[in-house]
Design a protein around this ligand. Sequence first.
Ligand SMILES: *[C@@H]1O[C@H](CO)[C@@H](O)[C@H](O)[C@H]1NC(C)=O
Length: 192
Amino acid sequence: MEGEKAIGITTLISFLILIFAYLNSNSNFNAENDLQKRLSQILDAMLEIENDHTVGKVRIAVGYGACNDLFVKASELLENESPPSATKHYGHIQTMEQLKEMYALFFSSGSAAERFVSNETLFMELVKRAESLPSGRYVLGGNAPVMAKRFAMEGGSVMLGAKRNDYLLKNLLPNMADMAFEIVVSYLNMAK
Ligand SMILES: *[C@@H]1O[C@H](CO)[C@@H](O)[C@H](O)[C@H]1NC(C)=O
């Protein structure tokens, strides 16, 4: 009798746990659904406001940081390198060994890192190697040009303040190109 009762209670508890788990998984699913629904409502409302208040041609000025970003697959860049003996953190990179140690550290935790390379020889070697690899590609970088490009794609008339160079001018959209000029220099001159 005692045994039967004990089994009865265990079964009941298991059953309750199953129901709880089911309800819980269902409520997670509902929460996700709700979130998606609310997000699309917010986006629809924003588009509605935009359509109700057309401002005509939009002019936007963006500055100042601009650079060329060189992207490369690490597996290609480090293909012929021996693995580092340790993972380590550095404030700036001076040698290839330090680069590998820090890359291993950040790669193993799945996070991004950005460090200054204080050794010019190493830096130029890395750039040369990256440029020659199949995955090596240059992309217009820096926050200002990226934002300027997005605004221009949305139809805005954009003035980009950045240090002028051939690469930058080649990669600007038509509604930006003739407006790029060295606003930084003018600004510094004004401040004098
Ligand atoms: C700088 O990098 C070069 C090339 O990797 C290396 O031969 C040299 O030892 C490095 N210099 C210093 C001070 O670490």
